[in-house]
Design a protein around this ligand. Structure first.
Ligand SMILES: *Cc1c(COP(=O)(O)O)cnc(C)c1O
Length: 379
């Protein structure tokens, strides 16, 4: 089955009791048993919920995988993956990581005796240098946030496998429409469903997807034992959002390309980061491992000052100034004071997040209105 058909149908059967074509919101905490231990596969809603199960089956199909589990947020999903580790284990990760992931690793899990190495994963020799027998996991994001660097997933998994380490890919920025890390030999995929997958800025949720049954059993065990589950109404909203994921992504990519090109030609713009440009450092890899180049674009101003970026952000009207990304509406953000404020200044500058850097999540509005808005704000 092709992607769009899976997005609409995978995991979703008409409701057996009524024929309802939409998976119902099973807003229930428990299920009746006919005799102790005799039930229909559902006992208690932390453990199983049919709305959640439908979403999980759908997400597994979108990533060409066998298993998916959903959690209360993208970070709760990440947290569950970290619970695969134990004291003394080491993790090698990309250095321009999502700010919340960086915070979870450095200020929560580091305290439990897990060691993190933040490196520039564009350089595979850097990966070889820090990977050791203690490395149990390589964690990467691609495209990265907010610099939109592209990491070669397949090459990283080859290094990881030689050291018996798992490769985990946070696939939030690409979405399963553009990139399927499991097909590139990654072991685990993490998504913040809050972004492109739900797509309408109306739910916060995360998922972990894998083909490895042992990993899946532990993820499922922790889903129940820890309890960071999403509610059934949110699962319904995400399922509904997914039905148009392929349509939305096509428009996000078209608009993203047009915005990137426009900014590149603007006299007030210093640099545009967008993997679709042939001069982008890893454009070839992006073209190989992604279907298209996505709707995220970031750029810095010639006047490289916070004040200049703020002025732009106060003047935009169709774009909204807000955290987050991946919704139908266009958003703009200032990474150094917003999403990446929890990263120390010197780390931030080292990874290119300058004071005037602006990150755009280009939505699916009419491109003429988006370009006019950028023009007005820049002038
Ligand atoms: C938003 C985001 C997360 C965290 O997800 P939440 O749903 O906000 O908890 C993780 N990784 C990336 C790349 C994100 O953009």
């Amino acid at each position: 089955m092709k992607f769009g058909t899976k997005a609409i149908h995978a995991g979703q059967e008409p409701d057996p009791s009524t024929g309802a074509i939409m998976t119902p919101v099973y807003q229930t905490s428990t299920y009746v048993q006919s005799s102790p231990g005799k039930h229909k596969g559902y006992e208690y809603a932390r453990t199983q919920n049919p709305t959640r199960s439908a979403l999980e089956a759908n997400l597994a199909a979108l990533e060409n995988a066998k298993y998916a589990r959903c959690y209360g947020s993208g970070l709760a999903a990440t947290d569950t993956v970290m619970k695969l580790l134990k004291l003394g284990d080491e993790v090698v990760c990309t250095n321009d990581l999502y700010g919340g992931t960086y915070r979870l690793f450095t200020s929560v899990y580091a305290k439990y005796g897990i060691k993190f190495h933040f490196i520039n994963m564009l350089d595979l020799q850097e990966v070889e240098k820090v990977v050791s027998d203690k490395t149990k996991m390589i964690w990467l994001e691609t495209p990265t946030n907010p610099m939109l660097q592209i990491i070669d997933i397949k090459s990283v998994t080859e290094i990881a496998k030689r050291h018996q380490a798992l490769t985990v890919v946070d696939n939030t920025f690409a979405s399963p429409y553009l990139q399927n890390p499991i097909d590139l030999n990654a072991d685990v995929v993490v998504h913040s469903l809050t972004k492109y997958i739900a797509g309408h800025s109306d739910a916060v949720m995360g998922a972990v997807i894998t083909n490895n049954s042992e990993i899946h059993e532990r993820l499922a065990y922790h889903q129940n034992a820890v309890g960071a589950i999403p509610g059934p109404m949110d699962c319904f909203l995400v399922l509904r959002g997914i039905k148009t994921l392929h349509l939305r992504m096509q428009r996000h990519c078209e608009n993203g390309a047009a915005v990137a090109q426009y900014l590149k030609n603007h006299p007030k713009v210093a640099k545009v980061h967008y993997p679709g440009f042939s001069e982008h450092k890893n454009h070839e890899i992006a073209a190989r491992q992604m279907k298209d180049f996505g709707g995220m674009v970031s750029f810095s101003l010639k006047e490289d000052k916070k004040e200049a970026a703020f002025k732009f952000l106060e003047r935009i009207k169709v774009f909204s100034l807000a955290e987050s990304l991946g919704g139908v509406e266009s958003l703009a953000g200032h990474p150094s004071t917003m999403t990446h404020a929890s990263i120390p200044a010197e780390e931030r500058i080292k990874s290119g997040i300058s004071d005037s850097l602006i990150r755009l999540s280009v939505g699916v509005e009419d491109i003429e209105d988006l370009l006019e808005d950028l023009e007005n704000a820049l002038s």
